[in-house]
Design a protein around this ligand. Structure first.
Ligand SMILES: *Cc1c(COP(=O)(O)O)cnc(C)c1O
Length: 378
């Protein structure tokens, strides 16, 4: 086996049995319907509404397009407004705000679960603020009630970036029920994938046509174009992958949970190592997690080694953990000049101490053992 084949990455995409996928796409050779909201798209959307326990789902070609179009559907695009958000996320969250002609205002995070700190939101509100865009980072549920209260008080929209939170529930309800819209990603690296793909979950039926227009060129009929649309439709092949993976996703999550608990047992007592969602903080129950990530925090003053030391030590064993989320999005090249001085001290500190360890349904226990040993021995 070559070195390449023995490398362990932070995740490995989940695929259904190939025969199952072939069976699902076979009718396409008869129908010749490849895209444009065909039968598989419709079946997938409806099953997804059931699984995610949300009233409406609009499917998209990817999560990023879904984020931008959710912003536009809520009437925020190019209003020149400010959006309060977190820098502790994948760059897509911030890009979606900026590409929509809005200004990101970065708010600090909480140390227990790394979601936006609602107690720091109000001081950032100005007469230009139009929305809050929090992230259920690592699948950890944001303080949805506190955020909702602030949004009501100041008449702000809430768009949750729920890219990490597929299947997560809070107080018995699907996570997509919180906020004006919640955006999921079905990218290959996520807990649930459609190769590439994404969705907007929303309650208000008015957004149905708006989102449909945005992803389909604004076409109403052959001769009627009623909106300035774009193109971000999910095609039939990806919908078929979604239908198949949806049958297995509970199994994927159950297997991830076993790995998660194995890590937890091995690392929770280790001096200077914290697990970022192990506590049932703020009354939230970790049994509702989807175990998409295995984020640990390394406290160098207690552990005697840094995050980067552990990252390098793992690479020497061909194990590629990831520094999710470092750097903060306000500190990347294209935003540093404008937003580099945002007041986010905790996010700044934590981003230098986090490491996401490999976790996926069929990772071997021996590899997880090796990872834990490497961390403990250093
Ligand atoms: C993956 C991800 C996205 C973007 O989703 P894509 O489907 O890759 O476009 C957005 N936000 C967060 C937090 C993500 O992790």
């Amino acid at each position: 086996m070559s070195i390449e084949e023995t490398r362990i990455y932070v995740t490995k995409p989940s695929l259904p049995p190939i025969e199952e996928y072939l069976e699902e796409i076979r009718p396409i050779w008869e129908s010749k319907i490849l895209t444009n909201m065909g039968p598989l798209h419709e079946i997938f959307a409806s099953r997804l509404e059931d699984y995610l326990d949300v009233p409406n789902i609009a499917l998209f070609t990817n999560g990023h397009a879904a984020l931008e179009m959710a912003i536009e559907a809520l009437g925020l695009r190019n209003t020149g407004g400010e959006v309060i958000t977190t820098p502790f996320t994948f760059i897509s969250t911030t890009h979606a705000i900026v590409r929509s002609g809005l200004t990101p205002v970065f708010c600090d995070i909480k140390k227990d679960d790394c979601t936006i700190d609602p107690t720091k939101i109000e001081t950032l509100i100005t007469d230009k603020t139009v929305a809050i865009m929090p992230v259920h980072v690592y699948g950890n549920v944001c303080d949805v009630e506190a955020i909702d209260e602030i949004a009501k008080k100041y008449n702000l929209k809430i768009i949750y970036d729920a890219a990490h939170a597929f299947g997560v529930k809070y107080k018995g309800k699907g996570i997509g029920n919180y906020g004006d819209a919640a955006v999921f990603s079905f990218h290959a690296t996520k807990v649930f994938n459609t190769i590439e793909g994404g969705a907007v979950a929303f309650k208000d039926d008015r957004y149905k046509d708006v989102l449909f227009n945005l992803k389909n060129h604004g076409i109403k009929s052959e001769t009627e174009i009623e909106a300035v649309g774009s193109n971000a439709k999910m095609d039939e092949f990806r919908a078929a992958m979604g239908i198949c993976n949806l049958r297995h996703v509970q199994d994927y999550i159950t297997k991830r949970k076993v790995i998660y608990e194995f890590y937890l047992d091995n690392l929770k007592e280790v001096n200077g190592i914290e697990i970022l969602n192990a506590s049932s903080c703020c009354g939230k129950d970790i049994s509702s997690l989807n175990y998409g990530y295995m984020p640990i925090r390394i406290l160098p003053e207690k552990r005697g080694v840094s995050r980067d030391d552990i990252y390098e030590a793992l690479i020497r064993k061909n194990i590629y953990a990831r520094k999710y989320f470092y750097p903060l999005t306000n500190l990347v090249d294209c935003y540093l000049k404008e937003y580099g001085n945002a007041d986010v001290p905790l996010a700044k500190k934590i981003s230098k101490e986090v490491l996401s360890l490999p976790i996926y349904p069929d990772i071997q226990e021996s590899i997880v053992c090796e990872i834990c040993r490497t961390i403990k021995d250093l």
